[in-house]
Design a protein around this ligand. Structure first.
Ligand code: URA
Length: 274
């Protein structure tokens, strides 16, 4: 029997943290590949390493958590379900309640709570980031951490605050360890943020950072090239003036770029005043 070594345990925990593993989702390990073996067509053998009799991936003995993984709908099904669910929301409150009940995105399982929006739903300016981080996950509001504080200062510089803007994210659940949302997770969340924009119906939409710009404006240029220019965002009912600017988290790492972001914010102010 191996004895418990606190130093080794500490090292292992540090390794997990460095790798971005910081959320406990269950007491027993789960073999996620078990879900893949479930989906194999009849007559197809699973890879030997996964099918070894008596191994932890023996499906008959799969841990309860493995069933949880299987409970997620197939990717296209989840996107279809998200489209239907988002369409059915007549108000922002309804959309929030629908999202809170939605089980099609795996991120919900590891997030503490839904991070839907902050600010004024009647605002003329809506800002959309990528996904909540740790602070947002704890508080349930977007942009409340360090980058949020910088965003508040940038808004204050053009005479705005959270009572005069509406803020949301493309993905409303925190990805574990602050990793990037996968393309599949983003695709599932897209109908919801699109409906959120349509229901908020701002005069101006600002994408904070490249992932938000790519997803909402479908622009693949580097953000350094596309930022500060006006584009059209189509809600399906009307066109909204849209601009992308640097994400505040990037500005914290690259303070010299703040002067360009300042130009963008001045252009936004001018558009609101004009
Ligand atoms: N970064 C984002 O994109 N959104 C947040 O809410 C916080 C940080």
């Amino acid at each position: 029997m191996t004895s418990f070594d606190p130093r080794k345990a500490r090292e292992l925990l540090d390794f997990y943290l460095d790798s971005g593993v910081e959320t406990l989702v269950g007491e027993t390990p789960v073999m996620r590949f078990a879900a893949a073996t479930m989906a194999l067509p009849a007559g197809k053998d699973p890879p030997r390493a996964m099918a070894a009799p008596g191994s932890s991936v023996d499906l008959a003995r799969a841990a309860p958590g493995a069933r949880q993984a299987n409970a997620l709908p197939a990717p296209e099904e989840a996107v279809m379900a998200a489209r239907e669910a988002a369409k059915s929301a007549a108000t922002l409150d309804e959309l929030r309640a629908i999202l809170d009940r939605f089980e099609g995105c795996g991120l919900k399982a590891t997030a503490t709570q839904l991070v839907f929006a902050d600010g004024n739903p009647s605002a003329r300016l809506m800002l959309v980031g990528e996904a909540p981080g740790r602070d947002e996950d704890i508080e349930g509001r977007p942009f409340v951490g360090r980058s949020g504080k910088l965003l508040d200062r940038m808004l204050a510089a053009i005479g705005l605050d959270r009572s005069s803007v509406y803020i949301a994210n493309v993905v409303p659940w925190r990805p574990p360890g602050n990793r990037e949302p996968s393309p599949h997770e983003t695709a599932i969340c897209l109908p919801f943020i699109r409906r959120q924009i349509e229901l908020c119906d701002p005069e101006i939409l600002v994408c904070l950072g490249k992932p938000s710009m790519q997803t909402l404006l479908e622009i693949n240029d580097p953000i350094s090239k596309a930022r500060g220019r006006w584009f059209s965002y189509h809600t399906g009912k009307r066109e909204i003036r849209a601009m992308a600017t640097f994400h505040p988290a990037f500005l914290l790492r690259s303070p010299l770029q703040k002067r360009l972001a300042w130009r963008d914010f001045l252009a936004i102010k001018k558009a609101l005043d004009g």
